[in-house]
Design a protein around this ligand. Sequence first.
Ligand code: COA
Length: 145
Amino acid sequence: MIKKVSETDSQLLAMIHKRCFNDNWSSQAFWEMLSQDVFFGFLSMEKEAQGFILGKMIYDEVEIITFCVLPEFRNRGIGKMLVDEVHNHAQNHFVEKIFLEVSEDNVIAEKMYENFGYVKISRRRGYYCTRKSSSDALVMQKSIR
Ligand SMILES: CC(C)(COP(=O)(O)OP(=O)(O)OC[C@H]1O[C@@H](n2cnc3c(N)ncnc32)[C@H](O)[C@@H]1OP(=O)(O)O)[C@@H](O)C(=O)NCCC(=O)NCCS
């Protein structure tokens, strides 16, 4: 089941995010985003939460802010369902373009976005930077009208 997220899911989203990425987004950070009207998201949930996607919509553009599926639920089509949900939401709100950033190292996600029709439009050098490593972000875009 895919459900719309709200501020009350913030702790759950922070827990999922922490298991999927090296950086740590607090539940407070999710709460603050989701209490603003421009942010929206979808959660895949069966007996337990599986993954989520969070977007930001301003006028006719959407940016995918973060997106992840817990390792034990990957490769079952959940990621594709979540992206489809964002596309439907964007279409229903007369959005023209969707943007996202993906690390140049993230071959799986990049391939998935390409399959959805996203194209690379620019590169942000050293965007993902930790004490140990740095990688560029590829900025990808899809027109949906
Ligand atoms: C990217 C991610 C969300 C995909 O979630 P998922 O539920 O496994 O995705 P799906 O099962 O719907 O697969 C979607 C597509 O991803 C690609 N993919 C998934 N697993 C793959 C693998 N092991 N190798 C290559 N491609 C793969 C394929 O293109 C697949 O489409 P296909 O089944 O038609 O070939 C998940 O891998 C994840 O959470 N990764 C860590 C966080 C992350 O990288 N988020 C994206 C940041 S931009």
